[in-house]
Design a protein around this ligand. Structure first.
Ligand SMILES: Cc1cc2nc3c(=O)[nH]c(=O)nc-3n(C[C@H](O)[C@H](O)[C@H](O)COP(=O)(O)OP(=O)(O)OC[C@H]3O[C@@H](n4cnc5c(N)ncnc54)[C@H](O)[C@@H]3O)c2cc1C
Length: 429
């Protein structure tokens, strides 16, 4: 169940070995967190898009299905920073930071600190992390002289929910993967949008994916698995649950079958909350005020990315991107009012955007999205050592896959890695 990368890859591998496979998907589309929104004159990405140079399975599947990729062009557009009540187009000072960091963008502080510290030597090193690498980002920054005000700035656009519940293990892991793939080439993107890859994977399967079919409950015994979809009961010799952990909370019967690690994971592993407001520009507001087209702000607007196309030029699409605890007021406004309020506040902050941007979409990767519950998982301090090795254990003939079960990778490639592991367990089992 689940037609994201992990579920589709499991299905492809099982079919290759002669299994008769049916993928069941809650939404009317395939792709899950690979989500491309088509608009007049182009598209925007709501979910995953950057394919790392070390993503061997993604690269292999894209090549074998004829899905074209293109390489990242350059460093992207310049970013205007709004900090302490003023815009800074170029160099800026963050007086809240310790002296050596006052010209470091708040979004780069944690990586800059990590770069000079010992971390993991291998991709799976995080499984046995030393306790001093598995502390919260809050504790880490406090130890290095960052005041609560300085930490609030780092937290504003952290790719997680809060400094307090974010283990530095996550960042050490990302840093290790980044270093490991250095020299392997640049990142790539799917031509025409990320969702084209899972769509091609789905199209390669013998049986069409059954969309609009949320699985409501599971049951497992020694000979078969039973899934309830609406009034129907689907019975199979094996099943693979390729859903994010928050979506598993809604599957009736699962927690009573799960081992203690999976039960704790389902209830407790945090998923980064993200809300996006997609917009289109009618005028080059960045030329009008000579500030960059992308923005980092210390306000509740958080960040705005100006999208670029394959040649690196601006596409005219922009994505407001709010992370973590900051999503709450926007979620409370809801999908009709939030984009309007977002543009209004932006025009007050940056007058050149007044009338220059039109809202296109509201993309919800928060708890209110029942089939995702968040954008991606991260470990709280102390969780990984206790849960990572055991939460993927099958329950009889019910196996698990998904981004949260990758050991050697994160993101899309973790989804593929976990799908491969589930398929192999069934094939060998
Ligand atoms: C905003 C954002 C940016 C990202 N950026 C990157 C990036 O640049 N690079 C990168 O590598 N990764 C990135 N990722 C992460 C990457 O997209 C995911 O790791 C990957 O797509 C997850 O695949 P999955 O199969 O594990 O889960 P999903 O894609 O979530 O698939 C699960 C599927 O299960 C379905 N489902 C849920 N509940 C049920 C149910 N009850 N019954 C049936 N079906 C159900 C869902 O609808 C979904 O289709 C990003 C993610 C987001 C959200």
């Amino acid at each position: 169940m689940g037609a994201g990368l992990s579920g589709l890859y499991t299905a492809m591998l099982l079919e290759d070995e002669g299994f008769d496979v049916q993928v069941v998907e809650a939404l009317p589309r395939v792709g899950g967190r690979m989500f491309t929104l088509d608009h007049d004159g182009g598209y925007t990405e709501g979910g995953g898009q950057q394919i790392g140079a070390s993503y061997a399975r993604i690269l292999d599947v894209a090549a074998s299905l004829g899905v074209p990729l293109y390489a990242e062009a350059g460093r992207g557009p310049s970013t205007a920073h709004f900090l302490n009540d003023q815009w800074e187009a170029g160099a800026f000072t963050v007086p809240q930071f310790p002296t050596a960091f006052q010209s470091t963008p708040p979004s780069s502080v944690l990586f800059r600190l990590l770069a000079s510290e010992p971390g993991f030597e291998s991709a799976e090193g995080w499984l046995d992390a030393a306790p001093e690498l598995d502390i919260s980002a809050q504790q880490f920054l406090t130890q290095r002289g960052f005041s609560p005000d300085a930490q609030a700035l780092v937290e504003r656009t952290l790719n997680a929910n809060s400094l307090e519940t974010y283990s530095m293990l996550n960042l050490h892991r990302t840093w290790q993967l980044y270093q490991q793939s250095g020299g392997m080439g640049v990142s790539q993107y799917v031509e025409g949008g990320s969702q084209r890859l899972p769509e091609a994977m789905a199209a390669s399967l013998a049986r069409p994916v059954r969309t609009n079919s949320p699985v409501a409950s599971v049951d497992v015994n020694s000979t078969y698995c039973e899934l309830k979809v609406g009034r129907e009961t689907l019975r199979s010799t094996h099943a693979v649950c390729a859903l994010p952990l928050p979506a598993l909370r809604r599957i009736e019967g699962l927690r009573s079958l799960a081992n203690s690690a999976l039960t704790e994971a389902i209830s407790d592993i945090p998923y980064t909350q993200i809300l996006q407001i997609h917009m289109q520009s009618q005028a080059a507001f960045w030329d009008a005020d000579n500030l960059g087209p992308s923005m980092w702000t210390d306000t509740e607007l958080e960040r705005i990315f100006a999208d670029t196309g394959r040649d690196g030029s601006l596409t005219g699409f922009h994505r407001g991107w709010i992370n973590g605890l900051g999503v709450e007021p926007w979620v409370a406004l809801g999908q009709q009012a939030a984009p309007r309020r977002y543009l209004k506040q932006l025009a007050e902050l940056r007058p050149s955007t007044q009338g220059a941007l039109t809202p296109l979409a509201y993309v919800d990767w928060t708890e209110t999205n029942p089939y995702a519950g968040g954008a991606y998982y991260h470990w709280k301090p102390g969780q990984a050592g206790r849960l990572a090795r055991r939460m993927s254990d099958p329950i009889g003939k019910l196996h698990f896959a998904g981004e949260h079960l990758g050991i050697l990778h994160t993101g899309m490639e973790a989804a593929m890695e976990s799908g491969e592991r589930a398929a192999l367990a069934i094939i060998e089992g």
